[in-house]
Design a binder for this molecule. Structure first.
Ligand SMILES: [Fe+2]
Length: 400
């Protein structure tokens, strides 16, 4: 394929609603970005939002600190973001942003720090509001301070979309917030920062991207554009995930998995999502130790089994790099269900919701959360078949 002709060490600029720098060494662009923020937006005080370790372990921080120094930026840092971040973390970081007078935010990490940073960027502009009000749709923001996203995983696509996901612990919900004002102004997608991802992280984040593609191509709002990007995402994940798992340092594999996750993010920014995400969010809301991608992997085969008859032509085409020989016939649903479980197992995912701590008695609660969590019912309504209490329960049941 043409991929071998691309120089993965050449940084290219991908322009959408966010400007994304893609390529090994793209982290060096942080210097140019700081310079532009200084000249065009008079930025001199920045809040860095990140997790505990990855901003250093990845090697990103030394470039960011140097860029701040060269451009005369003052900064403060909030480094308490956890996987499946909470509204309380967002509120703490927002308090710091307000107290410090942050004029821009630099997020360093995977989806968790970047999504939390998107919320802080909004709340900094609304001094009397908090994260719970944001996620429970108690106001409609339309402005945010500038956000720069330095992405450290190849899964979420959040560096180029208008979505943020944060948990509300006391309600065991994980709602989605969407707003045009939270597209990062600039994002950095540097595959050289991702070679230290563990095999599990590598698989889970790539499975997140795969799900974005499968869903964005089969919603009732899917477009030719979302389907085009989804098709390429699935091809690239099928080709390069096994390579990255066998050789984590393979920069070409990391580059194309990262590119796949970026275009999957743009795909679902256009086509939106449906069942797999609506049913996963209750899993990682109830058990925050479960990574988003692992939760998605657990329920993907059962979701496909249900929707295949309604989306058979698109799915037979798009899944062909993973499951060859599909003809787009309704009676292939069970073949696809078994085939996806086998492929996921080959990628290192142990099947079954029981393996991640759930019991059959949890199905009723999970089903209620899928319907009652703010924003998730909207996702269910975008699926290619009608979502009922029984159909959602069946997907959970089929995932044990
Ligand atoms: Fe996702």
């Amino acid at each position: 394929m043409w991929e071998s002709k691309i120089n993965v060490n050449a940084v290219c600029e991908i322009r959408g609603r966010s400007t994304v720098y893609l390529g090994a060494g793209a982290i060096r662009k942080i210097g140019d970005i700081c310079s532009v923020l200084k000249k065009t937006r008079q930025v001199s005080r920045v809040l860095v939002i990140t997790g505990k370790n990855s901003y250093i372990k990845s090697g990103a921080w030394s470039y960011v600190a140097r860029a701040f120094e060269v451009n005369g930026f003052d900064y403060t840092m909030y480094s308490e973001i956890t996987p499946n971040p909470t509204v309380d973390q967002v509120d703490e970081a927002t308090d710091l942003a307000r107290l410090y007078g942050a004029q821009a935010i630099v997020a360093i990490g995977g989806g968790s720090p970047i999504d939390a940073a998107k919320c802080v960027a909004v709340l900094k502009e609304y001094p009397v509001r908090n994260a719970r009000e944001l996620f429970e749709n108690q106001f409609s923001p339309n402005k945010a301070i500038p956000l720069v996203a330095i992405n450290l995983t190849h899964g979420t696509g959040t560096e180029a979309d208008r979505f943020a996901v944060v948990s509300i612990p006391e309600k065991e919900t994980k709602p989605v917030f969407a707003c045009d004002c939270i597209y990062p102004l600039y994002s950095i997608d540097d595959p050289a920062l991702m070679t230290s991802l563990s095999p599990e992280q590598t698989a889970y984040v790539s499975i997140d991207a795969l799900n974005h593609a499968i869903e964005a191509s089969t919603t009732v709002t899917a477009t030719p554009f979302s389907i085009l990007l989804a098709k390429e995402t699935i091809r690239l994940v099928a080709q390069y995930l096994p390579v990255a798992l066998s050789n984590p340092q393979d920069l070409t594999a990391r580059y194309y998995l990262l590119y796949a996750s970026l275009i999957a993010g743009i795909s679902f920014d256009n086509g939106l999502l449906h069942y797999t995400h609506a049913l996963e969010h209750p899993l990682s809301a109830v058990r925050p130790e479960i990574s988003h991608g692992l939760g998605l992997a657990m329920i993907l085969p059962a979701v496909i089994k249900q929707i295949y008859p309604a989306s058979k032509h698109i799915l037979a085409d798009l899944l062909s790099p993973i499951l060859c020989g599909l003809k787009g016939e309704s009676n292939e649903a069970d073949i696809v269900y078994e085939g996806l479980k086998k492929w996921l197992f080959e990628m290192g995912v142990k099947p079954g919701l029981g393996s991640i701590g759930f019991a059959l008695t949890d199905i009723e609660k999970l089903t209620n959360l899928a319907f009652n969590t703010p924003s998730l019912k909207m996702l269910l309504d975008l699926g290619p078949i009608e979502a009922t209490h029984a159909s959602v329960s069946n997907i959970y049941m089929d995932s044990f």
